[in-house]
Design a protein around this ligand. Sequence first.
Ligand SMILES: [Zn+2]
Length: 344
Amino acid sequence: MIRPDLLLHPTPKGLYCPPGDFYIDPVRGAVDRAIVTHGHADHARSGHGAVLATPDTIGIMAARYGEEFTASRQPLEFGEKHAVDINGVKVWFAPAGHILGSAQVVVEWKGLRIVNTGDYKRRPDPTCKGFEVVNGAHVFISEATFGLPVFKHPDDRGEIAKLLESVRLFPAKTHLVGVYSLGKAQRVIALLREAGYRDTLYIHGALKKLCEHYESVGVKLGPLEPATLEKGQRGQSEQFRGKIILGPPSAFRDKWGQRFPDPVLAFASGWMSVRQRAKQGGVELPLILSDHADWDELTMTIQEVDPEELWITYGREDALVRWAELEGRKAKPLRLVGYEDEGD
Ligand SMILES: [Zn+2]
């Protein structure tokens, strides 16, 4: 068997495949050929010569960066049967369950199979396809954003129930929910709908384009209205009492959020399990909702995939490497730099 790092290895620009001459999620500068796992800004950048990604990721990149985000867009559906050949390297996608369109990249060459998860989670998400285990991986590259045993994400329905309970208890207050604009926003909306919330949800302008994109590909979000307040119209903010407003966390930290009557500040993020983070951000209602695997999901996934070798990246690499070694697995950290997920 050839050495796996001949097929993929870290470079300052991201993971590079020499025989295929492509990068996976290149982080620095434009490259001739990029394979993009998903649309979050640290993984998907504009300006590359060619982008191979799922149709949904291509759509998201076009919605965020404009139609000219690459010279050549190459949409590829999930599944080995849709595999493409890039300079003799076989490449195909499997669902990663992180956000709409998110993919694991499977790279095969001379009998060697490497599976790169990108970002992933294992619990069901009404806005995207669930993670699928790819068998027969020689090398499994796993993310580790929440790669510490203390991270155990609670049931997302329980977190949504906390928000709805607060809305019920405080009908005169406005609930402001901080959500990242891609992925988290649409998941929170879809979870609210699943929990039976049918009222109009109000969204900050930064969420509009992506919510429309999700709707256009069949993800149902229910009635959404812009959360706009015209300047100078006194009393207009009264209409938002008892309502839920979603927006990027930064918007609620500035003056925009303070114009709403009796605001209750919530924030939906995996980091809300760290009490200090919630406190520092002035978050009164932390909602622990993550689009990444927690510790149990990470270790379960590694056991299910059962690769010959494990490479850990994007986050807390060391604890997971140590865990794997104690399990008798060959493991190493990749130390890729430049990835700070915008959708935790
Ligand atoms: Zn991501």
